[in-house]
Design a protein around this ligand. Structure first.
Ligand code: IVH
Length: 669
């Protein structure tokens, strides 16, 4: 390879790794396994070492994680939150042990072996025994302040017991137990919402919700595994774990001291099997030097400590033959390739189908019909294909040609810039899209139309009686009674059901419209903010962005939806049919005009009221809530933990900053 090619290869690896980091840490939607990620990173590190002339401070090899979510205040970690080096087999671990002995110059040390919890790491600060703030790892250097959300974790003490140092920071992992995860997914399945891939994604998504009440409904749990304490009265890691316990902080009961690497292997072997009995996922074991002095001697590399390493379990895989590839078209037109497999037994169930995600994935794996492929379940509900057994490839296989047309309606499929998924753009006539949209609309959590089920929707569609949601309200007894399977009683039930749906509240109609990314919760928020469908249709991108939990992606999607003529016509038809398209809740009581004409920014955590309650108070007193500080801001109401950057901006612009008490006094509370 020439130097130019090497440079290109390095750049490509950096680009891909950055993308995967983003998907993993920011979107919580990884598209490759940790193992594959680590291999790519290793490739990059090897090339960077060999060709230092292509050094780049922004290379993902120098970074520990993802990016910071813009909706939260950020906080710079006093000590960066590093990651761990990974090993996948005994030899690599043996190497690690040899390096330790060499560096220390003796083998008088102990390891602490712990479970590697598959969740997300968190740093929690306590002062005088009270929880001050909780910060996500973010990019390792600075993270998001998610104190309110972390406060909802039942297992976490926000007030320490015993005799604790004045100031401490503890770090640990937040995760969700599998049964709780399964329960949540069952509810989502009922609601026709997309299922979560694994508990880690839910835990990560949950921590980033803006409404901590919503967070509290989702049972998160925590284990703490690191103590940072300035006075350093504690000398070993194992003692720090016991100490944390005496303060009421939850640590794992499975941590063990090991005198040598053979004991470490035994610990790993034990958990390789035993982990199946745990109620939560672990993806390996973490091995740490116990003595703090020795840790200091060993030091750090740019991204991880030299005194600790992770041993990752291999996920269980089965090898089977790929019979064919089908393509599913969802209600939004998204196309997902699905592999049909020769049935194979894997971790308790027979697997016949596996997701291939998208065209890139088929290309990346170069998977061909007739190949023997590896299937893994690793945390995901739908098994996925992770590789091809090339030694078993038959001679006559061909590179799999991806479809160019929708398998259902034969419209040429499209792919938007930056998206991996292909879409069928034929929203209006493509059968699974049309049927799927109507099925979504009549769903229990949307219009809940009694007497109309998914199969009846298909029947009506195939008989030309239903072409879109609006047609539901034009259905007539005379037409329906002609159909097979439709007797007098069922037709009457259906008509009654449709009639009754006209009194379903606005927010559920909004959810039923099936606007991309507008789920039940978002629909509720929108209905509360935009009291009529007209005001929502007229809302600008900026106005939408001001609503809690509405980000760029949702705002764009809403704007796009209402920009389309056919959707505006649909809304008109629904209106004429008599559906609820405005919020009937009584207007909030007007308490005063003290904030009339004022733009107010609320920031931080409050002690007497929640942030939403404070916002309601602003509105009841005539004010307007704004999302970010600008020259137009009249006041900032600052709770605890307001971000330093925001504070600084308010000061620069000379905007009066009120604390909670001052604010309440102003409104006479
Ligand atoms: S110690 C310097 N202990 O694994 C890093 N980490 O790849 C100190 N993790 O970011 C981390 N269980 O999210 C440590 N018992 C454990 C862990 C653990 C899970 C996660 C953590 C960390 C990642 C490192």
């Amino acid at each position: 390879m020439g130097l130019e090619e090497i440079k290109e290869k390095i750049e490509l690896l950096r680009k891909n790794l950055t993308e995967h980091n983003y998907k993993y840490y920011v979107l919580a939607e990884p598209s490759i396994s940790d193992y594959e990620f680590d291999k790519l990173l290793e490739d990059l590190q090897a090339l960077e070492k060999e060709y230092p002339q292509f050094e780049d401070p922004d290379s993902p090899s120098k970074k520990v994680g993802g990016e910071v979510n813009k909706n939260f205040e950020t906080f710079t970690h006093e000590y960066p939150m590093l990651s761990l080096g990974n090993t996948y087999n005994q030899e690599e671990l043996q190497e690690f042990d040899k390096r330790i002995i060499k560096q220390l110059g003796h083998n008088d040390y102990q390891y602490v072996c712990e479970l590697k919890f598959d969740g997300l790491s968190i740093s929690i600060h306590y002062e005088n025994g009270r929880m001050l703030r909780a910060v996500t790892r973010g990019d390792g250097v600075k993270g998001d302040v998610v104190t309110d959300n972390v406060r909802t974790i039942k297992a976490l003490r926000t007030q320490l017991g015993g005799s604790f140092p004045e100031k401490i920071e503890v770090r640990g992992e937040i995760f969700m137990h599998r049964p709780a995860f399964d329960r949540m997914n069952m509810e989502r399945e009922e609601a026709g919402e997309a299922l979560y891939a694994n508990p880690r994604n839910v835990a990560s998504g949950t921590l980033k919700l803006q409404d901590s009440a919503e967070v509290a409904k989702r049972p998160l749990d925590i284990y703490l595994y690191q103590l940072i304490e300035k006075n350093e009265t504690i000398k070993t890691h194992f003692d720090s774990l016991s100490k944390m316990q005496t303060w009421g902080l939850r640590t794992s009961e499975h941590a063990r001291l090991c005198g040598n690497i053979d004991d470490v292997f035994k610990f790993i072997q034990y958990w390789e099997e035993e982990r199946k009995k745990l109620s939560y996922d672990i993806d390996g074991v973490v091995i740490k030097i116990n003595d703090y002095h020795q840790r200091e001697e060993l030091g750090f590399t740019a991204k991880s400590p030299r005194w600790a390493i992770a041993y990752k379990f291999k996920t269980e895989a089965a090898c089977t033959k790929l019979l064919s590839i089908d393509y599913q078209v969802g209600r939004t037109g998204a196309i997902t390739p699905v592999a049909n497999l020769e049935p194979v037994f894997l971790l308790g169930t027979t697997v016949k189908r596996a997701s291939l995600h998208n065209a890139n994935e088929i290309e990346r794996l170069d998977v061909r019909v007739g190949d023997y492929v590896y299937v893994e379940k690793g945390g995901e509900i739908i098994p996925k294909i992770t590789g091809v057994e090339l030694s078993k490839r038959a001679e006559n296989t061909i590179v799999h040609p991806y479809i160019t047309e929708c398998p259902e309606c034969h419209t040429p499929i499209v792919r938007k810039d930056g998206e991996a998924q292909h879409y069928c753009p034929n929203e209006v006539f493509c059968p699974p899209q049309v049927i799927g949209k109507i099925q979504h609309f009549i769903h229990r959590k949307a219009l809940d139309i009694n007497g109309l089920g998914d199969e009846t929707v298909e029947l009506l569609y195939h008989n030309g009686l239903l072409k879109n949601i609006g047609d539901l309200y034009a259905l007539k007894y005379e037409d329906l009674i002609q159909l097979d399977r439709m007797a007098d009683k069922s037709v009457k039930n259906l008509i009654e059901g449709i009639e009754a749906s006209k009194s379903i509240p606005y927010q559920r109609v909004l959810f039923g419209l099936g606007i991309r990314y507008v789920g039940e919760t978002v629909a509720k928020k929108l209905a509360a903010k935009f009291k009529t469908i007209e005001s929502l249709m007229a809302a600008t991108y900026e106005e939408l962005m001001l609503v809690d939990e509405i980000g760029e992606r949702i705002a764009v999607s809403i704007n796009e939806f209402f920009a389309e003529e056919k959707n505006r016509t649909l809304i008109q038809r629904l209106k004429e049919a008599g559906l609820q398209l405005e919020n009937m809740e009584v207007e909030k009581e007007k308490l005063s005009d003290i904030f009339s004409g004022k733009n107010i920014v609320i920031s931080g955590v409050f002690s007497r009221f929640s942030r939403d309650e404070i916002k309601d108070l602003v509105e009841s007193h005539g004010g307007k809530n704004a999302g970010s500080i600008s020259a137009k801001t009249s006041y900032v109401v600052a709770g605890e933990n307001m971000g330093p950057a925001k504070l600084e901006k308010a000061r620069q612009l000379n905007i009066p900053i009120l604390d909670e008490e001052e604010f309440l006094r102003m409104i006479g509370e």
